[in-house]
Write a protein that binds this ligand. Structure first.
Ligand code: ATP
Length: 499
């Protein structure tokens, strides 16, 4: 019935329908299609019900055009057999109560009145302030506990290093589907019922207001703490600077290739043995002691295997690759040879970034990588990431950087993650358009609801309008709500005065 009613409404309104918002049209159709609706004589009932709405919305120019439209509607509805025969009029023996026979839920609820709270005394205000500060301290303590738990969990995880043979522990997983997951910190829900698919080779920019949980999401991913992340997927989250010690910056990067380092160490050891065996003066017994029973042939054979493997894993070009990454991040040749302990935190962060780029994990997670970089390094990193062959997620507030390096945007808002195709500018435009439409739909929905509510309130106790009021109540119920546009609040810092 509603379908035919909708066709009739569009037919009668014609071009006028183009200027009407969808919720208003839906409302008109619902009211007129209601089986209890009374069109009255020459569409008088329709005029009463939707006349004001048609005039207010600008669909008709004045009341006389409105009457003619309502008349036509009544006529057409009648022709399509959509008008019910008028019930015989009878006088009421007893007063009619509007809510009789209605479900409790259908009874329109009155909005709770907003009451102004009592004015706080200075003492109460101080008390509240103290309570607030106490809560803050508790939140900070809970957050520190969360960080400690994360650290402990990370320490128990396998070290992310260069994996020359691909995934030996299972088939290579390309896309990652994380479904219906929740993340909360210190009792605060950051992501509720989140679902994300990360396609292999795409570059994601993770954006959202401060404090919404971007870093925490990356941490959970790095710990494989979200269902749907394959165990054999190597995820590296560049979060902390490298620990400073006597290792040179270059060696620190090279050490992430554990197999290469081990093969070189074994080679050095075997070559030393070979030299010992070649010394003429050594007795057979002392030679045996040195080599643990391995003869010269076995050593030569093992060395051959080592050289083949080193060749296979590109071990000889690794140093120049590592050096070029460090150079890109503004380390001069002299700096690359310096022990990591001689660098500041910012520069050690760059070494951590260089290590991650050198490892090339299946999934790279970068949190504000440009924060520690100079312009030259930022430009170099942009070029490097554009060509990155695998998947990465980067959190950054640098618009130009995001525009250059990402192919998709992950937006964390309202405890949900949404994916948008395209760079940051495209995301911003799409989002603006979406918000505008949502706001428009919200306002139009509110307008229609308010209009219906006014009618209901006005004629609630009017027995003659009972059926109209009922149909409005039903229509109001069917109409539903459009969400209002709500932005996540910015994280606010407060520096309390000491007690
Ligand atoms: N130092 C802190 N003390 C207490 N709670 C914190 C602290 N840092 C973060 N949190 C809590 O964890 C939530 C998520 O923080 P997280 O760092 O993951 O957000 P974010 O989106 O990465 O923010 P930002 O962009 O500011 O880094 C915060 O809203 C806050 O509730």
């Amino acid at each position: 019935m509603t379908e035919v009613a909708s066709t009739v409404v569009y037919e009668v309104l014609g071009r006028r329908a183009q200027d009407l918002d969808q919720p208003i049209i839906d409302y008109i159709v619902n009211v007129l299609a209601d089986e209890d609706f009374d069109f009255g004589v020459e569409g008088e009932g329709a005029f009463d019900a939707i006349g004001e709405l048609l005039v207010d919305s600008g669909c008709v120019t004045d009341h006389s055009e409105c009457r003619s439209v309502c008349n036509k509607l009544s006529d057409k509805f009648g022709k399509h057999g959509l008008v019910k025969a008028k019930p015989t009029v009878r006088s009421l023996a007893a007063p009619l109560r509007m809510y009789d026979g209605m479900d409790e839920e259908e009874v329109p609820k009155k909005k709770p009145e907003v009451m102004d709270g009592p004015v706080l005394s200075e003492r109460d205000r101080m008390k509240l302030e103290r309570r607030k500060r106490k809560d803050e301290r508790q939140r900070e303590a809970e957050y520190q506990m969360h960080l400690a738990e994360m650290e402990a969990a990370k320490a128990g995880m396998p070290v992310v290093c260069i994996n020359h043979d691909g995934n030996v522990s299972g088939p290579v997983v390309k896309d990652i589907h994380m479904e219906n997951f929740n993340i909360s910190v210190g009792g605060r829900d950051l992501i509720v019922d989140g679902s994300v698919t990360l396609s292999f080779g795409r570059h994601y920019g993770l954006v959202g207001r401060n404090g919404t949980g971007k870093t925490t999401f990356l941490r959970y991913m790095a710990m494989h703490a979200i269902a749907g992340i394959p165990k054999n997927c190597q995820i590296l989250h560049v979060e902390q600077e490298v620990v400073g010690d006597d290792t040179s910056a270059l060696q620190c990067v090279l050490n992430t290739d554990i197999e290469r380092t081990q093969l070189f160490e074994e080679e050095i050891h075997l070559l030393a043995l070979q030299r010992e065996l070649d010394i003429d003066g050594a007795t057979e017994n002392s030679k045996e002691e040195l080599t643990g029973g391995i003869d010269k042939n076995a050593i030569a054979q093992r060395l051959e295997e080592i050289y083949k493997r080193l060749e296979f894993i590109d071990a000889y070009s690794a140093e120049s690759r590592a050096a070029s990454i460090l150079a890109g991040l503004s380390f001069s040749t002299e700096m690359q040879k310096r022990p990591t302990k001689t660098f500041s935190g910012g520069w050690r962060m760059r070494i951590a970034l260089a290590r991650a780029l050198f490892i090339e994990p299946d999934m790279l997670l970068l949190d504000e990588p440009t924060n520690h970089l100079d312009l030259h390094a930022v430009l170099w990193l942009e070029t490097y990431l554009v060509k990155w062959p695998k998947t990465f997620i980067v959190v950054s507030h640098a618009r130009e950087f995001l525009n250059t390096v990402v192919t998709d945007i992950l937006h964390l808002q309202g405890q949900k993650l949404t994916t948008y195709k395209g760079n940051y500018d495209i995301f911003e435009r799409t989002r603006e358009e979406q918000l505008k439409n949502q706001q428009k739909a919200f306002e139009s929905n509110e307008r229609s609801r308010a209009h219906m509510q006014t009618f209901i309130d006005k004629f609630r106790y009017n027995a003659k309008r009972a059926s109209l009021v009922q149909s409005r109540i039903k229509a109001l119920d069917r109409m539903g709500y459009v969400d209002e546009v709500i932005n996540d609040p910015d994280y606010k810092f407060e520096f309390p005065t000491p007690d």
